[in-house]
Design a protein around this ligand. Structure first.
Ligand code: ZN
Length: 51
């Protein structure tokens, strides 16, 4: 995956990681496994975000 594609996906999929950087903190958990729903978690596990 190119760096451009990586950054594009990060902008298109606002996870808690991104929201926290913007000053928000929703503290949502992954509905698949209960872990904190971060971009890395969604990307590495292919778990679907539930926003
Ligand atoms: Zn999960």
């Amino acid at each position: 995956m190119s760096l451009f594609a990586w950054r594009w996906i990060q902008r298109k999929i606002p996870t808690d990681d991104v929201l926290k950087k913007r000053g928000f903190s929703l503290g949502s958990k992954c509905q698949c496994c209960g872990q904190e729903e971060s971009f890395d978690h969604i990307f590495l596990t292919s778990h679907t975000p539930h926003s």
